[in-house]
Design a protein around this ligand. Structure first.
Ligand code: C2O
Ligand code: CU
Ligand code: CU
Length: 489
């Protein structure tokens, strides 16, 4: 990444919301809402209805959206290790949708990828045998060439894996009090409150990015937290925006979990970069009782070396707008925290995070190379991986179940968040530098800005009828063809 100066000491007052041309004012500062938890823990049929709804993002307007079981987004699904979860996905919309369990280790047939479309009016009955460490995952529609618009409209939610056998790591765990989900997205609104979206021209090249930051469906919300340690489960559910989170007052925090679950020990940091589809759990100390503002540095991931973002004809064709900067470094507000009188149950962070045993990786038996090509896409053809645009009828790789491989991934023109279905992988190196798994954690998405080497081992099967996907998680790139398919037998 091209890194920018971040979070200078400047404490600008809350600034007016950013406007995009002709758009209505979006009011920040409403209370953070915490989506309800839906336990999917046994045989009972839990129905998840994909449907059309209305959601109040902006004052005085109601926005047509899509959601799972609620207006916008979906409930927090919670599944237990050792159980078979049997959610029923029913499609009450007029378009085909899917429900992909992003980060879940399950067979291809249950994965909810583009081969398992749920037609309007019908239902899908996956059987999810949960066997992986406790983790913060998510779910979203994954319809062939329509994922970006459907996720943007709201077909996404968070998914938690609980491991009843694992020792208690001693982390904050009172849901909605000191354990908060933060589903972070960027949106743009038209005059009438409708969502503004485009995947054409530079919006496709760049990935659609927009000027209003929304957390759990609320524009730049305010969360009231107890004094002490608070755990934030952050999911970047944006189509394309990369965040560089940090607090305005420069306070440090600890990352305790990555995509695939707990890290070996809390990792101290002042800034956290999260690319689309990545998750991180962090613990923030609010015992000082001060108010705090969570900011993000600007997203500088740009195929044109800054020319598209900066303006010019291409810049003007980008319709989503840019969040209003609150300081000279270009940082913008994500949300605010205020402390209340409650004493937090957890006041000290454990030194180690003794979790469940991590999945074991064997010795790698082969290397594969993948190049994420966008040059062809820039010429108006599809985007590609290793010279090929996604084809539902072509299998790009065949893996052996339970056998480790090294995947070398190279990113072309800009940084691409590379995602692999059906597993969590280890990052071995980034741009030729060895990566420390204690720092990266177990991943299912990695931001590749240059080259990466991944240790990939899939312990679930997927056949030609419902293969696993590997793809760029900038959703406009994925829809344009930067995706491939693999089987595991
Ligand atoms: Cu989050 Cu292939 O998806
Ligand atoms: Cu996925
Ligand atoms: Cu990409």
């Amino acid at each position: 990444m091209r890194r920018r100066a971040f979070l200078g000491g400047c404490s600008a007052l809350l600034t007016a919301p950013a406007f995009i041309k002709g758009a209505i004012a979006a009011q920040p500062g409403a209370d953070l809402t915490v989506p309800p938890i839906m336990d999917i823990d046994g045989d009972a049929g839990h129905i998840l209805n994909a449907g059309l709804g209305q959601h109040g993002f902006v004052d005085g307007a109601s926005t047509p959206v899509l959601g799972f079981d609620q207006g916008y987004l979906g409930p927090i699904l919670r599944m237990k290790r050792g159980n078979i979860a049997r959610p029923v996905v029913t499609n009450k919309t007029s378009i085909p949708v899917t429900a992909h369990w992003h980060g879940l280790h399950i067979e291809g047939i249950n994965d909810g990828g583009p081969h398992t479309e749920v037609a309007p009016g019908s239902s899908w009955h996956p059987e999810l045998a949960i066997d992986q460490p406790a983790a913060t995952l998510w779910y979203h529609s994954h319809t062939h060439m329509r994922t970006a618009s459907q996720v943007y409209a709201g077909l996404a939610g968070m998914l938690l894996i609980d491991d009843p056998e694992a020792p208690d790591p001693g982390l904050p765990a009172t849901w909605g009090v000191d354990d908060l989900p933060l589903i972070v997205q960027d949106k743009a609104f038209q005059d009438n409150g409708r969502l503004l979206y485009s995947n054409r021209g530079p919006n496709r090249m760049h990935g659609f990015r927009a000027g209003q930051i929304v957390v759990n469906g609320v524009i730049r919300p305010l969360a009231s937290v107890p004094r002490g340690m608070v755990r934030l489960r952050i999911l970047n559910a944006s189509n394309a925006r990369i965040y560089h989170f940090g607090f305005e007052d420069g306070r440090g925090f600890h990352q305790v979990a990555s995509d695939g679950g707990l890290m070996p020990a809390p990792l101290a940091m002042t800034r956290l970069t999260l690319a689309p589809a990545e998750r991180a759990e962090i613990v923030v100390d609010f015992s000082d009782g001060a108010n705090a503002r969570l900011l993000s540095g600007p997203d500088t991931n740009d195929p044109m070396g800054g020319r598209m973002m900066g303006g010019g004809m291409m810049g003007r064709m980008m319709v989503g707008g840019t969040p209003e900067a609150v300081n000279d470094a270009g940082d913008f507000e994500v949300m605010r925290f205020t402390t209340d009188d409650r004493a937090a149950p957890v006041t000290t962070l454990p030194g180690m995070l003794a979790g469940a045993p991590m999945p074991e990786f064997g010795e790698p038996v082969r290397r594969r190379k993948f190049t994420l090509n966008m040059e062809a896409g820039m010429m108006g053809r599809g985007m590609q991986i290793s010279g090929k645009t996604m084809d539902m009828d072509r299998i790009d790789a065949r893996m052996d179940k339970g056998v480790a491989e090294i995947w070398e991934v190279e990113a072309d023109v800009m940084a691409h968040p590379f995602h692999v279905h059906g597993c969590s992988f280890k990052v071995l190196s980034l741009n030729g530098q060895a990566a420390d798994p204690a720092v990266t954690g177990l991943k299912d998405v990695v931001l590749v800005d240059g080259t990466a080497e991944l240790l990939v081992q899939v312990n679930r099967t997927a056949d030609d009828s419902a293969p696993f996907m590997f793809h760029c998680h900038i959703l406009e790139h994925e829809d344009a063809g930067m995706m491939g398919q693999f089987t595991v037998a």
